[in-house]
Design a binder for this molecule. Sequence first.
Ligand SMILES: Nc1ncnc2c1ncn2[C@@H]1O[C@H](COP(=O)(O)OP(=O)(O)OP(=O)(O)O)[C@@H](O)[C@H]1O
Ligand SMILES: [Mg+2]
Length: 470
Amino acid sequence: MTTVAGRRSPRSYSLLKRLTLAFSAAAIVVFALTGAFLYNALSTELQRRDDIEITGKLSQFLQLARDAGSTRALRDNPSVFHEVLLSHPGVYLAIFDRQGTLLLQHSDEPSANLWLAPAAHRANEPYTCGPAGIGPSRCVFADETLPSGESVHVLLVRAAAERQSLLESYRIDIWLAVAVGAALVGALGYAVARRGFSPVKSIGRQTSRIEAHNLSERLDIQGGPIELQDIAFSVNRMLDRLERAFVRLSQFSSDLAHDMRTPLANVISSSQITLSRPRTTDEYEALIDSNIEECERLQRMIESMLFLARTDNAQQHIKMVELDAESELRRLASYFQGLAEEAGVHFVVQGNARLFADATLLRRAVSNLISNALDHAFAGTAVELSLYDSPKYVAIEVANHGPAIPQEHADRIFERFYRVDAARHGSARNAGLGLAIVKSIMELHRGKVDVASSADRTTFTLYFRREIAV
Ligand SMILES: Nc1ncnc2c1ncn2[C@@H]1O[C@H](COP(=O)(O)OP(=O)(O)OP(=O)(O)O)[C@@H](O)[C@H]1O
Ligand SMILES: [Mg+2]
């Protein structure tokens, strides 16, 4: 993660490293579980084979004991038993008489009578045992009555040492496979993730190339993953907005510079001309008067600019109150009475409604519209201030009879510094910010402003929402 200052934050981490570690950890878990399962299966299978071996041998020895006929014959001729076991290393035999005396034993271990099976075990069923001198084993026993009437107890033991050493080496192999497998999966995961992240890096490279002078460039990750294409699409849309705002801002600052230059140039040139030779007091007074007028114009412009800048940054806190719109319009009409008489027009106020708005901003918006209406009204006509109520909006209309606004200009007159005819009378006084301010005010109220202009009548309408929430 990179901070605003361009440095990595102390808590940043590499997704690539995390993924590699996650892949390896997952591989260790999966391989270890699989290894444990296989180990168990092998251990069970080996034990089963040992059991089959000793139960098979047990029945063979029981048969041999029966064939011998008596315990004495058994003791006298043990070789037949030993021969059977020669080809079965690790398998031991002990035969006891009814009293538990050892009759025959195939083992190097002298203490074979300790092998006698505990009473808990059942005949012919292999069990885990650990005879002295042999260690962990599987045992099986059976009792048999010989033709002589004597009974014998035959015990077979299969030492687990061989099985355990096999399992031991298998266990080592499994751990080795787990380690190598995890390393391999980690390496492969790293390679795959690195490849997967290459479009991300490409986005990073492309965005870092975009600066103010090439804001028209767009991210291109054709063929990249869909998720990143979505991100690139969003970034591109953000760039569209930034580019539009940037163009507007550039236009705005050049218009601003242009509009401030005119009054300043007037002040400078008229001052220089006046000072070029001695003048009468009246001439100096006239110069100062005209300079004050230009400065006032500049002041108005700067004040409007500040107002717009504040509304742009949403720093303007608006205070919504319920207003009697009719009395507000009447008050504004009387405020503009003097100018109206100068222009030879009169006001007509009609309708009544209550609305929620910021009183100062509402007055400012309507004043801007009235001032425009007075500028453009034909002498002898009426400027109509009307109120309309609808379920959703309360509308304030300011209409005047005057030259129509051509359609191609109607959409643009709300832009800053836009004037339909900059050369027309009075445009030197006007900055072209009045309607931009009206629009900002209406946006602050989450309402809107509209214009309709026909042959000789122009109507501006302010729509205020009925809900109070702003
Ligand atoms: N009632 C109207 N009738 C005809 N044209 C209008 C009317 N109101 C506005 N306009 C046109 O829209 C343009 C923009 O109006 P706006 O109020 O923004 O600027 P301005 O009046 O020229 O300057 P400012 O209001 O900043 O002193 C005006 O220059 C004018 O050409
Ligand atoms: Mg205006």
